[in-house]
Write a protein that binds this ligand. Structure first.
Ligand code: SF4
Length: 422
């Protein structure tokens, strides 16, 4: 079992007062072994704690703690060892990454703990009995699950894993124990559409309130998706999938008062159909999965209108990917009216992943830099904040401040325009 070590300690916290420091190994809490961040989080939920630890110099220590209700211990742990994926899906996004990116991007995680903690999708194809017990004991709910198909033979083809277990065999006992799920199905034409999709939705529907939402996502490929042997998604197929989604949503609305199954934004764009408004998505449970992101953007723009300041005649460039570019005019029009500014949508093609990768979030800094070269005719440029990670890096390792400093006009990272223009 890997050691669980402290990465940092909050100043003035209980942990700091105890003498816990970066590098301290947390061994057990109230007699139960700490195996990872989940153990630490759940075992320290009590107010009376007996913590066995080992200091960085090897000294064994025992801390007796009475933690006032609601007060955190103030410990941040080192990142966990991630459970890696044993599948080899032909459509795997990681397999479709160009070579030469930073190492962590190539990590294929399939970890129920990250599914609970961060909303990462997991297939549950690598669960051991102890994991199942833990999910139930700690009530790790909701979990985000890549179902793709419920018939075992089809799912094994999709996961490219002849040993993958029956997904219903995993979901049903957990559901009985009170665990809920957000599911996704990545649709590969000719494999899990049609009858397989119908059967899979029927199986998930039969799990009743345990399945909170299902996302229908078209297979997404880049020019590097070397494993993929299937067909790509076309407009007609995307329209059919939205037809199925619409039928099941109608049933879910009448029987359970929720839309339940949602097409991803990309599916609507591929089908050339109008994206629903915010009310369609309820709590936006799968927004990180590209479901309802456009509606959410519209909603945020609407909510932020009153805070906008006049910028009469200012020329503002809005950088985006080629998928969103055609929708931007409508989204920006009310901002233009309110501010008096003139907007130009700058659609940037992705030279790193190739033309099939159209999302703004994966735009390389180098392509943005190239698109802004010589644009002295603009007064301000907004670039998609989701294309920059929390260390200020684009997917191609370019730094945001490098682009900001080399651009002839002020450049701001923006999630929804109103965050910068207010
Ligand atoms: S489950 Fe499939 S798509 Fe997900 S990481 Fe593993 S191989 Fe890639």
């Amino acid at each position: 079992m890997p050691a669980v070590r402290v990465a940092s300690v909050e100043r003035g916290s209980i942990a700091a007062a105890l003498g816990i420091m970066p590098g301290t190994e947390l061994v057990s809490v109230n007699g139960r072994r700490v195996g990872d961040f989940l153990d630490w989080e759940f075992l320290t939920a009590d107010e009376e704690l007996l913590i066995e630890a080992r200091q960085p110099d090897g000294e064994a220590v025992v801390y007796e703690v009475e933690r006032p209700e609601g007060e955190s211990l103030g410990v941040e742990l080192e990142p966990p060892t991630v459970r890696q994926c044993a599948n080899r899906c032909e459509f795997c996004f990681i397999e479709g990454l160009p070579p030469g990116l930073r190492k962590p991007l190539y990590l294929r995680d399939d970890d129920y703990r990250l599914s609970f903690a961060y909303g990462n999708f997991a297939t549950l194809s690598n669960l051991k009995e102890a994991d199942r017990r833990r999910i139930l004991e700690y009530r790790l709910s909701p979990l985000y699950v890549s179902v793709h198909a419920t018939p075992l033979d089809v799912r094994r083809v999709l996961l490219n894993n002849p040993k993958a277990p029956d997904v219903l065999g995993e979901l049903v006992p957990l559901a009985k124990g009170g665990i809920q799920f957000h599911c996704q199905m990545v649709i590969v034409p000719g494999i899990n559409d049609g009858e397989v999709l119908e059967r899979s939705l029927a199986d998930l529907w039969a799990l009743s309130e345990s399945v909170i939402s299902v996302a229908i996502v078209p297979v997404g490929l880049t020019q590097f998706s070397h494993l993929y042997t299937g067909r790509s998604m076309d407009r007609g197929m995307a329209g059919e999938l939205l037809g199925v989604t619409g039928r099941w949503s109608a049933r879910a609305r009448s029987e359970r008062g929720t839309n339940w199954v949602f097409g991803s934004d990309e599916l609507y764009l591929l089908a050339g159909e109008t994206l629903p408004d915010a009310a369609h998505y309820g709590d936006f449970d799968q927004i990180e999965n590209g479901v309802g992101a456009v509606a959410k953007l519209r909603q945020r723009v609407g909510d932020g209108m009153t805070g906008l300041t006049r910028r009469e005649g200012a020329r503002i460039g809005v950088v985006t990917g080629t998928a969103m570019a055609p929708l931007m005019g409508d989204i920006i029009a009310p901002i233009a009216r309110r501010t008096g500014a003139r907007f130009e949508v700058i659609a940037v093609a992705n030279s790193l992943f190739g033309p099939t990768t159209t999302t703004a979030g994966l735009l390389p800094g180098g392509d943005i830099l190239h698109a802004l070269a010589g644009r002295t005719d603009l007064d301000l440029v907004l670039i998609p904040a989701e294309s920059i990670n929390d260390r200020g890096l684009f997917i191609d390792e370019r730094r945001f401040d490098e682009i900001r400093d080399s651009s002839p006009v002020p450049v701001h990272a923006s999630y929804d325009f109103v965050d910068v223009l207010a």
